[in-house]
Design a protein around this ligand. Sequence first.
Ligand code: GLP
Length: 241
Amino acid sequence: MKIIRVKNYEEASEKAYEVMKEFIKPGAVLGLATGSTPLGLYALMVKDHEENGTDYSQIRTFNLDEYVGLPLHHRESYYSFMHTNLFNKVGIPEENTHVPGGLGDLEANCKAYDEMLAKESVDIQLLGIGADGHIGFNEPGTPFNLGTHVTDLTEQTRKDNQRFFNDLGEETPTQAVTMGPATIMAAKNVLLIATGENKAEAIKGMIEGPVSEECQASLLQNHPSCTVIIDEGAGKLLENH
Ligand code: GLP
């Protein structure tokens, strides 16, 4: 793992953009993530597109995950999140973007997603990390050999994500469709960003703990090209890095 320490969220987003921009070229396949972590990076990608005209028309994207049961255009669906924060702002053709389907026949959706991904080579997979060490929505205990699958969200994850649903008077969904650990590991490069003290334990487990299904992100220790960007808060429990 290549570990880059930065001061705060803003610096983390800038560093992440520096890494990401090398991959933003025609023919690239980007693995994308949701959550508050990548928002700063996406804003910089949008700024670059607006100011420099960087072309996204021949870039394809595959997102990590989607909630089960939310209508596609629900404000908090990851489909909406990606369109609002990135896709609609950089002019990427709709058919080039892919988000796992959280409606209808979920098993069929997972199979179709894996079949598509089997034909692709994701150049760089962007990741955030959950407070329990999850990547995508792979919660503790997920077998490392799983591909795209349906998962139950832990109470911790639902609590962490409740802030997005509060003003709608809704509860965080209980399930999600997510790329599996094996799907994530197949990407040629991985870029994980973590900021804030609530990620410190997960980061400690990921970098200095044993590779264990209890901390899903620890599997990235085995990835041949993984860059991790962490700010002071997220890195505060590290002893040897
Ligand atoms: C969410 C997403 C993850 C994300 C993580 C952290 O539940 N499924 O992809 O990395 O939790 O979210 P945030 O960036 O908002 O802290």
